[in-house]
Design a protein around this ligand. Sequence first.
Ligand SMILES: [Zn+2]
Ligand SMILES: [Zn+2]
Length: 743
Amino acid sequence: MDEKQTHKGRAFLLAAIIVTIFIGFALKLMQYQVVNAEQYQQMAQRGYSSVQSIDAARGELLDRYGRPLAVNEVSYDVIINEAYLPSKMKNTVIERIITLMEQEGQTWIDTLPISTEEPFTFLTETDAQKRQIERLKTEKNINLDATAEVTLNNLLADYKLMKWTCAQCGFVYTGNLDKESAKYRCPECGAGKEQFHRSEDAVMARKVAGVRYQMEIYGSSDSTPYTFSKNIPIDVVVKIREYSQQMPGVEIKETTSRRYVDGTLAPHAIGVVGSINQEEYESNNQAIKEKIEAEHPDWTEQQINEEYQERKYGYNDMIGKSGLEYAMEDQLRGQRGKKRITTDSKGNVLSTEIIKQAKPGNTIVTTLDKDLQRAALEASAEFLEMAKKQYAPELGGSADRISVVAQDVKTGEILAMVNYPTYDLSDYYTKYSELSADPLNPLLNYCTQGIYMPGSIYKPVTGIGAMAAGVIDSNTLIDCRQVYQTGTSYNPRCLGLHGPIDLQYALMVSCNYFFYEAGNRQGIDNIVKYSEQLGMGTSSGIELSESLGHISSPKYFAAAREGSDQQWTFGNVLQSAIGQLDNAFTPLQMANYTATLANNGTRLRSHLVKSIESYNLEETIEMIEPEALNQVEASQEVFEQVRQGMLRASRDTARGTARYYFGDYPIDVASKTGTPQATGGDDNATFIAYAPANDPEIAVAVVVEKGYSGQRGAPIAKAIFNEYFGLNEETIQQQNTDGQLIP
Ligand SMILES: [Zn+2]
Ligand SMILES: [Zn+2]
């Protein structure tokens, strides 16, 4: 398209816009004159009425005993409500509130990209400001080369903030005198243009113009009050109320904002709340519309649209961004109310009528136990500090991240979910750039999103699969000769030379040889089947988004190595059988798996919501009941064998892999360590345990990144058990293991 055509196109577009606007006016005029003549006449006499929305309080988040996690606190915003503000008083009122705010040392929203002090210059520090200058000039039809001074003058004239005083008689002209013709004379004394001088308070005029501009771009109107300043202190609230007579339209709006009793406690599970963005605005409103349409297939388009207008998100709304705040948004959000405000022609309020009460959101009672959460968090922090001081870097001293999940065995409730290092919900927004740049990525929920090779904690999968398939039983002895001969060049080893041992013993000492053979006998397909049934590599059912991880299998092997000529081998079966190769699962899946082992194969859905209550807790909307996802196809005897093996891993004071932590523990703990061999060195440590072993209540999974040895997760699990069973607290101490590697 050449330039001429572009111009033509623009001209046409402009014409089209003008015609459209004109039609709009004409229709409106018709409405006034014809359609509703009587009603409008009445209104003109009586005053003016507008409908405004009433915000709903967001539901709160509590721990399982009703203790606050994320609750509301009242905060105060200053708003300018044009429904109450006579337009002739706009500048005066804005000047008054600005003066008051300045006296009180408060700030207000002003993004006009022109300095607030003379000489007026453009603010061009950020790209956003540069774009805003361009937008401002385009919107106001100001030449793009115009200086800040000229631009500001345009705004001042627009908002009637410019003043010219006649030197001879003191007459004040408001408007842009520069644009008057040379023949202009003072209406009072007849003095010429040259006798007039600018007389407004330039700095104050700039500030008022900033607010006027802000109101304009925001779309402030009788039905859409403008937020002038957010979260102001209570003494300023009192001051503003004191002067309310002089400032019609200036109001204090009580809103709620999130308060965290301890924002570091469970930020990943709770999640953050923030202002809705364009994308969220569009997708959520689209979903709301579709939901209404699905709920009321018989409604007319108008009925649907009316309902939609009531339920849709507004541009100022807050929305859950992550964690349960995101997952439970529909419950937490509540429903806006509506009020009608009637004013007389001078802007005095005649009446305020609530058309529809706002309905606050529902409160979520989570499954989390604050004390357990705290115990897991503190133990994780202590452990990393201790490890750094006392272990050589290559022996666990460089451990830098811990993920812990504790699940109630009988219900599937998540009692604790800790990622360490963590962050504080209270200063999430102020520290966001720092947090998101942190290489340890404290913002990510590694419990649900991090996938880790399980290592030897996977051995129960292989043991259960083998017993269920009938290729071994509880009496079967497999002779550990340390090196597992495959007849190929790949002959993997056991860390010990255990001789003829049964399943229990193999679990106790974590013999690789036994599970190579158990894997070989049942075959990879059977291992995959039991892995899935036990919850490794499948959804836990949690409310949060979770990674599904992957089970090591020929299918996954091929998919992950697409384009390479690597073939699945017999050696891969052996590696898979001991939780290596492509096996990778989330700490949450490991906890769900552990609970399933404890539960004799009944796999319950992991969940973080215990119940949904009405906002004031007067009514229970929904209790979340335990839900069985599947039953592992294996007899109770199979789980009993695994239980005894895992119990011996804790109890056997000579050989058990977790004996240093649970050898003389007052409660029976069934446990399994894992030291998955990381490809790049720095092995991780995995640890699973449930207790009491014979009547399990709680299952725990711990992953220590670069933890070096499986038992390193044990002290964190122990801290949780101590808290859960009310045992004496112990601080994390280095156990005398002399760098002994425990698989
Ligand atoms: Zn004059
Ligand atoms: Zn062995």
